[in-house]
Design a protein around this ligand. Structure first.
Ligand SMILES: [Fe+2]
Ligand SMILES: [Fe+2]
Length: 329
């Protein structure tokens, strides 16, 4: 039983070490290739290996090979100038890497190299799908502690877009429509920016639920009154402003990721202006005079009927629950 590992390791020790220098051409724009190459680069090669990322602008490509061809197949140039591709290129590389030489030795068994080449060609067919999955999962540009928050932001901004769509679908009131249309544009920009940061497979899986919830949150008050719409928006934006503040505080304490911090501060300012505009509109429904001269201190939520207050309480509680769920899924 204990002799099995020795039997496996024997070919490695017996495999001749190749000392000829090579140049390895790889597609650095492919996350899969990048990951594989970084593993090879971490090994102590028996000979100098020149790593050439052919995806970079102005990379000195081997003579006679186009960038497209080099990115579509793996290539290795040997010291004598011979260019190998596919399985033969991998074998040339493996023969120089500790822990991989046994694969190079295996390729010398008749028929094995052809099988390796067939497997590589099969891999090339599914490579675009695997690349998509890699890219869709890659969140290395985000702080790991904020993936859940970013997912909740994506759910929230989706809900916000659909709140204003719900308002627009339910009311013909010109003033409310103008208010909703302007806010909708801002929420769309927020959502696009979050979508760009959060890869597809890391986004919330409950987008349909957030759309429906947003649509109902906007359309129900819009069927009743301006006051109900403005009170609802004031309640939602109060919650969202606080939600962004928590993330801004977290990132501020954590340090780094200045661009993400700048984006969250910008979003929060937009949400704050939405809240203040809604409160100004509520105030103007009950008072005469210029509402744009109100100080922030004076912008307290106006008194609204009990039913609307209850509705706003429900909306705030629903937002809280939605954020908790979206952090996870
Ligand atoms: Fe927003
Ligand atoms: Fe907003």
């Amino acid at each position: 039983m204990n002799q099995a590992p020795a039997a496996i390791s024997a070919p490695q020790e017996q495999t001749p070490v190749n000392h000829q220098a090579i140049q390895v051409c790889f597609d650095g724009s492919c996350p899969l290739c990048r990951t594989e190459i970084s593993i090879y680069q971490g090994l102590n090669s028996s000979t100098p290996i020149e790593w050439l990322d052919v995806s970079t602008e102005g990379a000195p490509l081997p003579q006679g090979l186009s960038k497209g061809r080099l990115m579509s197949r793996f290539h290795v140039t040997r010291a004598d100038g011979e260019i190998l591709s596919g399985a033969r290129a991998f074998v040339a590389l493996w023969s120089r890497l500790p822990g991989w030489r046994w694969l190079s030795a295996l390729s010398r068994i008749p028929g094995v190299l052809a099988m390796m080449e067939a497997a590589y060609r099969g891999f090339l067919i599914i490579r675009p799908s695997i690349q998509w999955i890699f890219r869709s999962l890659n969140v290395s540009h985000l702080p790991s502690t904020m993936i859940g928050d970013m997912r909740s932001n994506q759910a929230g901004e989706t809900g916000a877009v659909w709140i204003y769509r719900g308002i627009l679908a339910a009311t013909r009131d010109a003033a409310v429509r103008e208010f909703a249309q302007a806010h909708l544009e801002t929420e769309r920009k927020h959502l696009l920016a979050i979508d760009a940061l959060l890869p597809a497979l890391r986004r919330s899986k409950l987008l349909i639920a957030w759309r429906i919830a947003g649509f109902l949150t906007g359309s129900i008050p819009a069927m009743f009154s301006r006051q109900a719409v403005f009170a609802t928006i004031a309640a939602v934006e109060t919650f969202v402003e606080h939600h962004y503040q928590l993330q801004i505080d977290h990132l501020g304490r954590r340090g780094g990721h200045a661009e993400l911090l700048r984006l969250l501060i910008e979003f929060q300012k937009d949400e704050q202006s939405h809240r203040l505009e809604a409160i100004d509109n509520l105030y103007a429904l009950n008072h005469d005079g210029p509402r744009d001269q109100l100080s922030d201190h004076a912008r307290q939520p106006a008194q609204v009927p009990l039913l609307i207050r209850r509705w706003c309480g429900l909306v705030s509680a629903g937002s809280e629950i939605a954020v908790k769920i979206a952090r996870v899924i």
